[in-house]
Design a binder for this molecule. Sequence first.
Ligand SMILES: CC(=O)N[C@H]1[C@@H](OP(=O)(O)O)O[C@H](CO)[C@@H](O)[C@@H]1O
Ligand SMILES: [Mg+2]
Length: 579
Amino acid sequence: MFRHFDRKQQRELAGCEANHIICAKRHQFFFFVSGVTFSYGTAGFRADGLKLSSTVFRAGVLAALRSLKTGYAVGLMITASHNPITDNGIKIADPDGGMMAQDWEPFADALANAPDPQSFVKLVLHFAKEENISLSRESSAVILLGRDTRPTGESLLEAAKQGIKCIIGSVALDMGIVTTPQLHWMVRSKNMGMKASESDYFMQLSESFRCLMDMIPKEMTVKGIVTQLMVDGANGVGGDKLEQLKTLLTGLQIQVKNTSKQGEGILNEGVGADYVQKEKVPPRCFGPNDIGLRCASLDGDADRLVYFRISKINSSSIDLVDGDKILSLFALFIKAQLHCLNKSESDGLRNVLPARVGVVQTAYANGASTDYLKQLGLEVVLTPTGVKYLHKKAAEYDIGIYFEANGHGTILFSEYFLSNLQKMGNDLASSNAGSEPHKAALRLLAVSKLINQAVGDALSGLLLVEVVLQYMGWSMQNWIELYDDLPSRQLKVKVADRTAVITTNAETKVVQPFGLQQAIDAETAKYHQGRCFVRPSGTEDIIRVYAEAFSQEAADSLARSVSQHVDHFLGFRTSQKSD
Ligand SMILES: CC(=O)N[C@H]1[C@@H](OP(=O)(O)O)O[C@H](CO)[C@@H](O)[C@@H]1O
Ligand SMILES: [Mg+2]
């Protein structure tokens, strides 16, 4: 049942008794932002943080309904990730810790754009009826709230609480300032009946890290692989949390720069994984003193991770190790462990653990990485951009490894595979304890605890990278040389209406406007190893152009000429002309 709407509406809403009604006023948080159409997009609602309180209030109602519908706790995270500090955003985590089910997005959009409280209430009533959601006093929703370090976060969190309160009996649990993956992890753990606090998160990560480090082969430990790591915290929440986590780790010396607590820099300004990956330059506070060191960069809410090394020749350029190379490193490690498990066959034991391994990428994955993964014999699938698509696809495998080139990704293990692995581990413990197959089973089990099963997580990803490099005895150089990235270029084109671009085939082909794809094909054909696609961004009001070719000049030139075509087909000049 609802508070904050007039009595008649409330009676209509829940068919409830008059004495359940608490407040009859129009809610202070309900206002309409004219000229803005909110869309749930690639990763929730995003806008200028000062314009978002009504949207967040409405998302609070949405989250409560989602919890009522599923019967489990859901999450509500206030963040705009790698975007400027003045932006903010909101997204909802489903009970399994993943993104909100896509079939609720149209309802989310309708709620966010309702012009007045009456139509808002009407929408909620109608949807609740359609979805069979009971708004009675007996049912109660549980919502875990989190926010990043943005200054607008605190007041937006209050707006979310007010929205949640509109559904009587709802409980909002404020988890404070957390990384996005921490909140998703907490939702998942809580619903699985496991410990779900921040210290439980740190404990699970540090214990599984220790377990994996303890099983590093002796010959690798004597190799003396560098254990020093420099991390750029994007002046955000991730650096602060890593400072806490690192006190629980042994065998790794982490130095964090650009934490929000250091108080010098601005969130995501000249720092962070998105900046490093797109600009291919070192973040602020990294310079000649860091040349040759292994460095990592997190984004503003710590769900993305990239590695880099500052070049010896020119300290303002870097060797980038992006999400594709992190994925490749993980894929090699998983493959090696599965191979070890199968060694039990030669010992006369039956191979009891066939595993279907899938690798999921988007069209932004560097072509060289896709070739490399296919050469490893792995099944590689492309999905549209946005982790909600990659995650869903990866969940179809026994082991699904997914990464966006920008560094968002994780490894998913199916429950079925994990329970078989656990059984096999137990069998090996009694028949062949300490053997390579036994260790491989233990390693895979530890990886499933270390790497976030809910969503891509820079902190858990970073720990797994460090373990795998130690396990392989690899330097940064070995990793960089895994394959050579094809030169690429990404550009943004501002157009009159980005929704005019409709794509297909995992966003690699344009269907509308007619003729644009032909123009892209004609340009691409001019370049050796050329590949190019365009798509409307889900988080910014622009069209993105991605181009790849045999040389940097060629990739730049292909991206530029295709941008001109996009501008010609869709730019402001075109729309003015057609007006
Ligand atoms: C090319 C690119 O990096 N796109 C990003 C970006 O989405 P766009 O829809 O491209 O704006 O933000 C998403 C959310 O963080 C992320 O999932 C995605 O990979
Ligand atoms: Mg992010």
